[in-house]
Write a protein that binds this ligand. Structure first.
Ligand SMILES: [Fe+2]
Length: 426
């Protein structure tokens, strides 16, 4: 029985079970984005740290590093969150931002906040993390420039582009990968390759690091990521190796409870789900209800979901999570999700279109993709299964072009060779 008992399981154990949702927020409103910096409680000694508002205080090393951005709300066109690190003594948490065409002339300064995490309770650190949130302040389909920090030390200036208002048809590019844990030189290579395609968004299906409670690994991951996510949003699913550690919640700013959430990019609804749970007794139905309610309430016709442990996988290392399949596949499929991205098995694979446990013609079923090849040790073995269309044990990444006509996906290895391509009809 794959029941959670997360606290008792060794870090290498991978069989966790889905938890329930606590929040099924469903409408796109400015209220979905709060300018307040709130850090969800982590599982491992994860009491939320007290937040320090911006103050003009600079330590010995106030220069921001590990600057990255994400979307903290369902509406991606008007809201964005920015996270960075400094030395522990710097409590200046400003973002200076404005239209790219005129920046820095007439730029606006918005105060963020910072907090310390780690320290004696975690046996490492402490570390100072800053976060600033622009809620309802941005205009859709606009180039913005910004820098973070304060007069005692600013970051470089970065530029990003906001998507159009939710529901607007938009042609955009998504880079997808998963499982970078352990080998950050490979992650750097994968990311550089993805960056060369100039995506508008990075999706990651979990297991960024080997041990989510080890900041040295997070530092290696962010070092390998460079400035890439300072200009292009990064949205992740929580993997079992993140382990619900405070480090994960401290260093990312995702919507809702940061474990399961949705966001809208142009005319596409994205769901990110958490299949590594902290308390099975809460579970099963509520996150399933979140999926069902979010899909039922969204006016957007194209839907993509992302989580870590695959519902369908031919890879024999972990195989398919059949309990999770039983819970989530019916609601994902009935809700019109055309693509489900997972990881966990360190291969690339794609299913046939599936609905209600049967193969369907293209466009009439959900395609389940496993992308677990961004640095973690590859898993060599797959078995023939009725649902398997393509499987290859190889480091890789996916570039998906969304347009009003459909989605074109191309999968490449790290030499640039195309190892798979397929399309999802509108
Ligand atoms: Fe995993």
């Amino acid at each position: 029985m794959r029941r959670a008992a997360l606290l008792l399981m060794p870090i290498a154990a991978c069989d966790f079970y889905p938890e329930g949702a606590k929040d099924s927020a469903a409408t796109t409103t400015e209220a979905d984005c709060s300018p307040e910096v709130v850090i969800p409680t982590g599982l491992i000694k994860g009491e939320p740290p007290p937040v320090t508002p911006h103050a003009e205080v600079y330590g010995a090393a106030p220069a921001p590093f590990h600057v990255h951005m994400s979307w903290p709300s369902r509406d991606t066109s008007r809201n964005a969150a920015f996270v960075w690190r400094t030395d522990v003594d710097t409590t200046a948490s400003l973002i200076e931002w404005g239209p790219a065409a005129t920046f820095p002339e007439g730029a606006t300064r918005t105060e963020g906040a910072s907090f310390l995490f780690g320290g004696a309770a975690l046996g490492e650190g402490p570390y100072r993390v800053h976060e600033a949130r622009l809620c309802g302040l941005l205009s859709p389909d606009t180039d913005y420039s910004y820098r973070v920090g304060g007069e005692g030390g600013w970051s470089s200036t970065y530029t990003f582009h906001t998507p159009p208002a939710p529901g607007t048809p938009w042609s955009f590019r998504v880079a997808m990968s998963g499982d970078s844990r352990g080998t950050y030189a490979t992650w750097s290579t994968v990311l550089s390759a993805m960056q060369s395609h100039a995506p508008d968004l990075y999706l990651f299906s979990g297991d960024m690091v080997e041990l989510g409670a080890n900041q040295r690994e997070w530092d290696a991951w962010f070092d390998a990521s460079g400035d890439v996510f300072a200009t292009t949003p990064f949205m992740a699913a929580h993997g079992n190796h993140e382990f619900l550690a405070q480090h994960y919640f401290a260093q990312f700013a995702f919507p809702n409870n940061e474990e399961w959430y949705s966001f809208e990019v142009g005319d596409t609804l994205f769901l990110s789900l958490n299949d590594t749970v902290r308390d099975q007794s809460e579970a099963d139905d509520a996150q399933t209800a979140f999926i069902r309610d979010t899909l039922a309430e969204s006016p957007l016709g194209r839907r993509v979901a992302m989580h870590h442990q695959p519902l369908y996988s031919t890879c024999t290392t972990h195989g398919s999570n059949e309990e999770l399949r039983e819970l989530w596949a019916p609601v994902l499929e009935a809700g019109g999700v055309s693509l489900v991205l997972a990881g966990h098995n360190h291969i690339y694979e794609r299913s046939v279109p599936i609905r209600e446990g049967q193969e369907r013609p293209p466009g009439e079923g959900t395609v389940y993709v496993v992308s677990g090849g961004a640095g973690a040790p590859l898993y060599p073995n797959s078995e023939a299964e009725w649902f398997g269309a393509v499987a290859q044990s190889i480091e890789h990444y996916i570039i998906a072009d969304f347009s009003p006509n459909g989605v074109e996906l191309v999968v490449r290895d790290l030499s640039g060779n195309i190892i798979d391509s397929f399309s999802l009809p509108r």
